[in-house]
Ligand binder design. Sequence first.
Ligand SMILES: NC(=O)c1ccc[n+]([C@@H]2O[C@H](COP(=O)([O-])OP(=O)(O)OC[C@H]3O[C@@H](n4cnc5c(N)ncnc54)[C@H](OP(=O)(O)O)[C@@H]3O)[C@@H](O)[C@H]2O)c1
Length: 288
Amino acid sequence: MNSTILIGGATGATGSVAAKLLLQQGFAVRALVHKNDARSADLAARGAEIVAGDLLDFRAVQRAFRGIKRAYFVYPMRPGLVQATTHFAQAALEADAEFIVNMSQKTARPDAESESALQHWLAEQVLDRAGTAVAHLHPTAFNEWLFYMRNMIRQGRYAVAFGTTGRFAPISAEDQGAVIAAILANPVGHQGQTYELFGPDELTPPEIAGIISRGLGKEVRYEKISGEQWVREVTGQDIPFLTQHVQAIAGMHERGLMAGTNNVVETISGRRPQSVAEFVEKHLPVWQ
Ligand SMILES: NC(=O)c1ccc[n+]([C@@H]2O[C@H](COP(=O)([O-])OP(=O)(O)OC[C@H]3O[C@@H](n4cnc5c(N)ncnc54)[C@H](OP(=O)(O)O)[C@@H]3O)[C@@H](O)[C@H]2O)c1
């Protein structure tokens, strides 16, 4: 009998997919959710055990880890990542857990200009030394950016802080969830690995705008704006941590640090990663 798998961020983009896939495969899943809502009710209806708790509350994380051997760690793009990681690592150690999948970033590196990317690199250092086997995920930017940008895309604009020449291969949360589920279903061979996760096609921002235009059957123009303006337009707020990240990765994007593609998604999960065109087609009503 496999023991229960803990999925952090279980109502979020990657965690929800991993939780649902593991449930479909017959695994017992404990969903660590930030709050009880319609998303957690949906997971409960699919058979997940729901535990509400804050990753910044060590006692809550300890409780979530009771009896757990394998777990997915994800924390949103907000301050507090290293603290949350430390809680998760210590609670895993106390539970004598055997494996953690850690959501990081392609741009996580000791010299990252992005504070978020630097925090991810620090979090990896914590997990590498914390006594539980771990695999780190290094995705490039998600296709889900197109959801966050739904209003501007409806208005015919693909406005980003990225310049015209840098490339990246956008990856869907759905494909990442499949990778997470596959590793947690059978962690053999994944210990100590860092997996760069990409979609199938490296594209410039104007090329992405072209794909969206063709998918929606109307012109969606590429436009370069500042990180500050992007955050304000997309979230309706000024969020300094996110602005600093977006501005910093715009430079990293230009220098090729978000580029690349590989067959990791297919090798681990058995599924071909979604292209931008397929993502747009699948979620068409979002931008109409
Ligand atoms: N987006 C990208 O392009 C990109 C690229 C590379 C790497 N990443 C990394 O991917 C991660 C985000 O992954 P994702 O998109 O799957 O996440 P997400 O959709 O933002 O979901 C985060 C989940 O965590 C929950 N949560 C938030 N704060 C919490 C807390 N304090 N305690 C417990 N749960 C909490 C959220 O619940 P509520 O919604 O109820 O708060 C949500 O379920 C970030 O670490 C980011 O750096 C993102």
